[in-house]
Design a protein around this ligand. Structure first.
Ligand SMILES: Cc1cc2nc3c(=O)[nH]c(=O)nc-3n(C[C@H](O)[C@H](O)[C@H](O)COP(=O)(O)OP(=O)(O)OC[C@H]3O[C@@H](n4cnc5c(N)ncnc54)[C@H](O)[C@@H]3O)c2cc1C
Ligand code: FES
Length: 295
């Protein structure tokens, strides 16, 4: 075999030379949708007591990520032990002009605690972009995105894309308190933002339902998108079914390989009245809302 081998060393941002010639033989060089890349950290800051905002310089392939897709990140160990598995994180914002990808993540366990130790100039090993992301139908004029907790980050890129396509966006961001309404600047750039909080009771399902009814009545809900809360998924599913509004949900699930073979990430779905098992990493993480059973 001549030329570049199929299994290759990671792409090192800033060091790997651009491909010299197009690999035109699809058998010897099948197109690979994802790659392993070493991406320098540009900045890494706390946004509140639990979440960090990580910006990396990304490879050209990584920058081809579409909304809702994710990367499997090799997190440094936060202690003396090994961390065997990568941790999935969806992309929160893409800046193609500056070749940057941003993540907004919650520090919950060893992987994310290790990730949090990365400093400006360190390299982050990322595999991706992975999975099937959101779809935006050109016929839609106004979409509603509804996120809670870590799910808010995942809804960033679809809101950016909608804005770029002149589609109106209403973002309903549900959080414990104002400190956890993250990314509202990004969503404000894309459209209208409604924050609903636990502290004043506005995050209650009945209140979110009222807000959604209002948007439906104003014809500002051609499609629903959600991530991060089972009760909000069930609400959107019910309203979507009742009002014939299509919907998509980004599911989160503990993963091992992130590539399809291990079946660690299987969840149950319901298609035409029959239960089906699907892998979140490769058949998702974005699924038709009416087919998602929830968790
Ligand atoms: C496709 C996808 C996209 C994601 N995007 C984001 C994101 O943008 N921002 C963000 O903060 N998090 C995101 N997550 C969740 C993130 O992967 C987990 O929080 C992370 O893997 C936890 O690793 P850990 O080692 O720190 O915690 P662990 O020690 O592994 O676990 C700590 C706690 O987190 C739970 N947990 C572990 N893995 C997951 C998981 N994959 N999903 C949900 N809960 C988990 C565990 O059950 C446990 O309660 C995403 C997950 C998936 C599958
Ligand atoms: S994580 Fe291995 S198949 Fe999905």
């Amino acid at each position: 075999m001549t030329g570049e081998p199929f299994a290759s060393a990671p792409y090192v941002v800033g060091k790997t030379a651009p491909k010299s010639a197009p690999q035109s033989d699809p058998v010897a060089f099948p197109p690979i949708p994802a790659e392993e890349a070493l991406c320098p950290v540009v900045s890494h800051d706390w946004v509140n007591s639990e979440y960090k905002h990580l910006v990396v310089e990304a490879s050209p392939k990584a920058l081809s990520v579409s909304p809702g897709q994710f990367f499997n990140l090799l997190c440094p160990s936060p202690d003396v032990g090994e961390l065997f598995f990568r941790r999935p994180q969806s992309v929160y914002r893409v800046n193609r002009r500056r070749s940057r990808i941003e993540f907004l993540y919650k520090c919950v366990g060893r992987g994310t605690r290790g990730l949090a130790t990365l400093e400006k100039g360190d390299e982050l090993n990322m595999v991706g972009p992975l999975g099937i992301g959101f779809k935006l139908d050109p016929a839609w004029r106004h979409i509603v995105v509804l996120g809670r907790g870590v799910g808010i980050a995942t809804l960033g890129p679809i809101s950016q894309l909608a804005r770029d396509k002149d589609v109106g966006v209403t973002a309903i961001l549900s959080a414990r308190d104002q400190d956890f309404v993250m990314a509202d600047t990004l969503f404000r750039e894309a459209g209208d933002v409604v924050s609903v909080l636990d502290t004043d009771g506005s995050s209650a399902v009945e209140n979110v339902e009222k807000i959604l009814h209002g948007l439906i009545a104003q014809n500002r809900a051609d499609a629903f998108f959600t991530c991060g809360s089972n009760r909000l998924l069930q609400l959107m599913k019910r309203l979507g079914k009742g009002h014939n509004i299509p919907g998509q949900v980004a599911m989160e699930q503990v993963m091992a390989c992130g590539l399809g073979p291990c079946y660690v990430c299987v969840r149950t779905f319901e298609v035409d009245g029959k239960k089906e098992l699907r892998r979140v990493c490769i058949e998702g993480p974005v699924f038709d809302m009416q087919e998602a059973v929830g968790w």
